[in-house]
Design a protein around this ligand. Structure first.
Ligand code: ATP
Ligand code: MG
Length: 397
């Protein structure tokens, strides 16, 4: 799988970009604030319909478009080659209320081969793994970012996961509304029964998929981590679903029991929902389920979020990302597109060599850097080199 051509219109600091991408390792050098991260952000957005760094799509539209154009918009188009097939993927974000009139809102339109599709149909067409310095937040930030990470990874690998997740998220919104009504009207009937069954059905699927992904990543990341830390430490990724934690009444310590079956998980979920019904109504909110899940990074049994040094957290994140690439390759039968945003600078020589080594097999990799010196001299001749300045990309010869 490779991205052959990328076109950007008004995306961040790219007013117009037409970029033909070769296969293999593409390196893009640029000073600060020239458009390195923006370029990778655009590609990641096309792959997942989400920005890795902002939840607010309005930031993605070029400032000048908001000032100069009657209907501000931005557009990302990618031509993706998969074997002999080529697909044209497109996302357009268009202002719904013209320019600058009060709060800015955007409409997201997705098309595949010029046919309008839902956003979730786009996900998985161009499997992509992004490494960037903010990945460390996966270890040291709150659970929401880790759930999002699992979801984006799974959605890119399993179409059905993405659909189930979208059903589940809508269900939570509607169930919460119903819980608030029950609270306010002080009336408890069996209206919840239907929603509870759906909650168990979709929620169990989500937990089950997350558990299997983490189990796979645990093995792969553990091995990568051993190499990165010269065999001195063992990393474990431990799934902590809210349902199972409640079940055991020992919130911090219990991992997902490996002997648990899908049926046991569903039964446990059903029990918890019955047990917490009154609390849920009082809170007007769904309190148990995969929207409350988490996972932890443990080294020698200790949670890196609480006890890890900065270096240990970085090593664990890198191990996870390398594992993610392997897991995707195993499941999809082809390597994903790799995007590395300025990550070489913060790695020591051993880790740089490991990262570059793992890229050797990749069909296509895009690496940005401020400084060529991060690459060992003998690796440079195998790369196609570009320079980015003020939203323009130039091939270097
Ligand atoms: P660094 O090396 O510091 O990470 P970078 O090359 O990755 O730099 P980017 O994050 O890609 O830089 O940002 C490039 C420029 O794009 C910045 O000057 C930023 O202010 C600008 N920019 C961000 N959003 C927009 C937007 N909506 N419209 C126009 N320019 C924008
Ligand atoms: Mg950057």
């Amino acid at each position: 799988m490779s991205l052959q051509q990328l076109s950007l219109y008004n995306f961040r600091n790219y007013r117009r970009l037409e970029f033909r991408l070769p296969q293999g390792i593409i390196t893009i050098q640029g000073d600060n604030a020239q458009g390195k991260t923006n370029l990778l952000e655009a590609i990641f957005y096309l792959a997942t319909t989400r920005s890795p760094r902002t939840g607010s799509d309005t930031e993605l539209v070029h400032w000048l478009a908001w000032e100069e154009e009657p209907i501000p918009y931005c557009r990302i188009i990618g031509h993706v080659q998969q074997g002999k097939e080529e697909e044209r993927l497109e996302v357009v974000l268009t202002s719904q209320n013209g320019k600058n009139k009060g709060r800015r809102t955007l409409r997201k339109q997705v098309s595949i081969n010029r046919v309008n599709r839902r956003a979730l149909d786009l996900v998985g067409r161009m499997p992509t793994v992004l490494f960037y310095p903010q990945d460390i937040a996966l270890v040291d930030d709150g659970p929401a970012i880790r759930r999002r990470y699992l979801d984006i990874t799974l959605c890119q690998m399993e179409r059905s996961y993405c659909r189930t997740l979208s059903h589940y998220n809508r269900l939570i919104t509607r169930r919460n509304a119903l819980l608030r009504t029950l609270r306010d009207e002080r009336f408890i009937g069996d209206q919840l029964a239907y929603w509870n069954e759906k909650l168990v059905e979709w929620g169990t699927t989500i937990m089950w998929e997350r558990y299997h992904l983490l189990d796979e990543l645990d093995g792969l990341a553990g091995e990568r981590h051993r190499q990165l830390s010269n065999g001195e430490e063992r990393l474990h990724l431990i799934y902590r679903p809210s349902v199972v934690l409640l079940e055991r009444d020992a919130p911090d310590e219990v991992p997902f029991p490996s002997a648990m079956s899908r049926e046991m998980l569903a039964a446990g979920f059903r029990r918890q929902i019955a047990r917490y019904q009154n609390e849920e109504i009082a809170a007007g909110m769904t309190l148990i389920g995969p929207h409350r899940d988490d996972f932890s990074f443990r080294v020698q049994g200790r949670d890196l979020r609480l006890y890890g040094s900065r270096g240990q957290q970085r090593t664990a994140t890198l191990a996870l990302k390398l594992a993610e690439v392997e897991a995707m390759t195993l499941r999809l039968g082809a390597m994903p597109l790799l995007l590395l945003d300025d990550v070489m600078a913060e790695l020591d020589a051993h880790r740089r060599a490991m990262v570059l080594g793992s890229l050797a097999e990749a069909e296509q990799v895009i690496i940005t850097t401020t400084d060529w010196s991060v690459f060992p001299a003998n690796s440079i001749k195998e790369m196609t080199r570009y320079r980015v300045a003020a939203g323009q990309i130039l091939l270097l010869t």
